[in-house]
Write a protein that binds this ligand. Sequence first.
Ligand code: DUC
Ligand code: ZN
Ligand code: ZN
Length: 512
Amino acid sequence: MSPKFDLVVVNGIVVTAADAVPCCIGIKGGKIHTLSPSFSSDEIEGAQIIDAEGAYVMPGGVDAHVHLCQDLKTGAHGLGGECADDFETGSRSAAAGGTTTIITFATQTRDETDRSLIKVVEAYNARAEATGSFIDYGFHIIIVRNDPEILENELPILVRDWGVTSCKLFMTYKSQRLTDTQLLDVMLASQKNEITTMIHAENGDMIQWLAEKLENKGMVAPYYHALSRPPVVEMEATNRAIALAGLIENPILFVHIGSPLAAANVRNAQTQGMPIYAETCPQYLNLTYDDLQKFHSPTCFENSKHICSPPPPPGTSDHDELYLGLHNGTFTIFSSDHCPFRYDHPHGKPSGDLVSRKPGSFRFIPNGIPGVETRMSLLYTGGLATGRITPRKFVELTSTNPSKLYGLYPKKGAIMPGSDADLVIWHPQKTFEPFALSNDMLHHNVDYTPYEGKEFVNWPRYTILRGRVIWAEGELKGKPYDGEYLKRGPSYFGTGPAGRRRDARKTATWLR
Ligand code: DUC
Ligand code: ZN
Ligand code: ZN
């Protein structure tokens, strides 16, 4: 007779977004089968047994903001750079950090031959299939044009055939940003197709104007990247995007919010009942302006290791406010925004737009830092272990809410019978020795970590993907083609409270 379970996890504290209880988990056929206070020896006979030794057992991490294999070299769009991680190395790194699902970006460009979104997704999918992935994955689509026929004809196909149910739009970067009219066009098309609209909210004009002024004064070192994007840049853009979204009642998710000023706009909109969601990332809770001038001298190029957009906030009091936003629900999800640009590589941080580049100018340093492997442990260290967020909130932010927002729940992000048996099991806190991180401990293909030397108080002991152990006690056990492509459904969060009264001063009520 075949065993009742393939794998059982015993002696753990099972944490979900709702509860944290001592509980055993029985897994069969890659799915959660049974949750029980205990199992008899008959029940677990023949199964692989993991003793969690009193540690937290959580749904595997869902990192909904990861850049892999994204060709950012084309066009003068200020990002430059080449992704050093492909699906194999990026997903390997994610698995070692407790993540079992990633959502990455297929991107349209302004190239006239690149209008078809379907072709963009097909070409991007070929990159994923070329290497395989250690963990499950899905795609967002970045849309940089408002071609009516493409939006009309192709969005339904992306949803139906590919399960691509989210798009990202930019309010900055010359070759990616959309005007307000274009934003409205794409938002309306997304809404019709139940596609979640993600917004990169920074005021592109303010940035360009400030960057030119800084450059004219010779202020071109990496540190000045932050001064070209003071928090008001994000504040203005979030405010405007909320108004645009409100006009047509389109739910939006702000990606990588880095300032409390922007978070306050989000909270205010949420208080009004608007379906406005937000993401923040580890860099905004762990780095500050100081990190952009910490290496050798304030003008040293090595400080480019901390350049991301939006930049880290000015000071540690901003971290406190952003943690409060995680605690009080302003932030819906916590993602890495993993950008795998190498430091010591001609197509990494020193690349940029090679034609018009002025030597060393921050303007041409690719924006973004790696962090898919450190995301969960950084939030454990800075949020959970300090009591700033509860274990339940930790699960909500790192797994359950990204699954709900991006149409994966309850297959992902849950520990309930029928859900995929994706788990992260931590070390028992009492016996874990804190350690200082160094880049050679990580599994990405990037030559640095922005968190070099930082102390971590815990790390995933086991990562389990659909019932298979893929990371255990510091060793990778999985393989590149273990991961499967995920066709996603519509967002679980819907369009906000159904009974909300429409205010014609803010909403084009006649549009419906
Ligand atoms: N936006 C991202 O999502 N990641 C890095 C840089 C950027 O502008
Ligand atoms: Zn962005
Ligand atoms: Zn990003």
